[in-house]
Design a protein around this ligand. Structure first.
Ligand SMILES: Cc1ncc(COP(=O)(O)O)c(C=O)c1O
Length: 335
């Protein structure tokens, strides 16, 4: 571990405590046995807290601190109706005493269930748009809010920018500490990679804190890899630059699988449903249908095809999303 770059490196950035950290690193021996494969450890970022948990809590610690520093009284963000990012942003805003506006782009299960229900309970103002450029819609709403005397703060889709990504650079430091305590070497880390901020932060964190030989494998929930790789590199490079780091991350050195997407974002596949059952029935752990189930499908296939060897240790980063399970109940009725 590179001791020069302790998390005090991040102290130049404000951070509000929203997450329950460290999240557990839980062994999954029954799942390992069921797959006849390697040792599996599950990093439980579904347990970060903040209105049912998930990966966005870590990003929001940095984003909300920036918003408060700028004197914001209302937070805007965007996503699909079942966006976990929107739900967690609404909760984070409330915890900080701020209002929240959520811009919903068209997507699956826009009904009073799962995250949509929780957004309503959290009292977020919901604006639905058919426009594809949600950032432009948010900027228009922010202008209106300014004219009405408010100070809006716009968070991009997924909280994925150079500020939010620090949450996952710092998560890598936490993970490295947990691995050192267990005295275990890990060959692979699998996780869902959507808007890129989690992946970018993990890359930066690995550069800062190690372990250098752990392969990071992001699994796309919807987009083609090409659409994500450049974004991940851009975010990690910008964040590195803000930290005074000279390193350059290149998209050709980043791994994102897109073969587990199925028909499209938000639609379950036989592999994702199997992954949910395997985690639930062997470990009592719930995956979400949109992100973690597809990431776990990637992990499962790589175990079955020998990409990950039996004598290795792999981490699955559980990024949360469980509220969406309730909206996807019909996927089980069909199964
Ligand atoms: C549960 C869950 N996992 C993973 C992701 C992907 O994270 P990122 O957008 O940082 O790539 C998201 C994004 O919304 C999510 O909600």
């Amino acid at each position: 571990m590179n001791t020069i770059f302790s998390p005090s490196l991040f102290s130049q950035f404000s951070r509000v405590p929203l997450a329950f950290l460290p999240t557990p690193l839980q062994p999954a021996p029954r799942l390992s046995a069921a797959l006849g494969g390697p040792r599996i450890l599950i990093k439980r970022d579904d347990m970060t807290g903040l209105a049912l948990g998930g990966n966005k809590t870590r990003k929001l610690e940095f984003l909300l601190a920036d918003a408060l520093k700028q004197g914001a009284d209302v937070i805007l963000t965007a996503g699909a109706p079942q966006s976990n990012h929107c739900r967690q942003t609404a909760a984070a805003a409330r915890q900080m005493g701020l209002d929240c506006v959520l811009v919903f782009t068209p997507g699956q299960h826009d009904e009073m269930q799962g995250n949509v229900l929780l957004d309503q309970i959290l009292g977020a103002r919901i604006v639905r748009t058919e426009r594809s450029d949600s950032m432009a819609v948010m900027q228009d709403l922010a202008d209106e809010l300014r004219q009405a005397g408010h100070t809006p703060y716009v968070i991009p889709v997924g909280g994925s920018n150079a500020i939010g990504t620090l949450g996952y650079a710092s998560a890598m430091h936490e993970l490295v500490g947990q691995l050192a305590a267990l005295d275990v070497a890990v060959s692979h880390l699998y996780f869902s990679s959507g808007s890129g901020g989690t992946h970018a932060g993990l890359l930066l964190g690995q550069h800062l804190f190690g372990p250098a030989n752990m392969r990071l494998v992001g699994v796309s929930p919807g987009s083609k890899s090409e659409a994500i790789l450049d974004k991940i590199a851009t975010i990690s490079n910008e964040a590195a630059q803000n930290l005074g780091e000279k390193t350059r991350f290149l998209s050709q050195n980043i791994t994102v699988y897109d073969q587990f997407v199925g028909p499209r974002y938000g639609i379950s596949t036989p592999q994702s449903l199997e992954a949910i059952s395997l985690f639930a029935e062997n470990e009592g752990i719930l995956l979400d249908p949109v992100y973690t189930a597809k990431a776990a499908a990637g992990l499962i296939q790589d175990i079955r095809t020998g990409v990950i060897r039996e004598n290795e240790t792999v981490i699955f980063l559980h990024t949360g999303g469980n509220p969406a399970l309730f909206a996807y109940r019909n996927d089980w009725a069909k199964a």
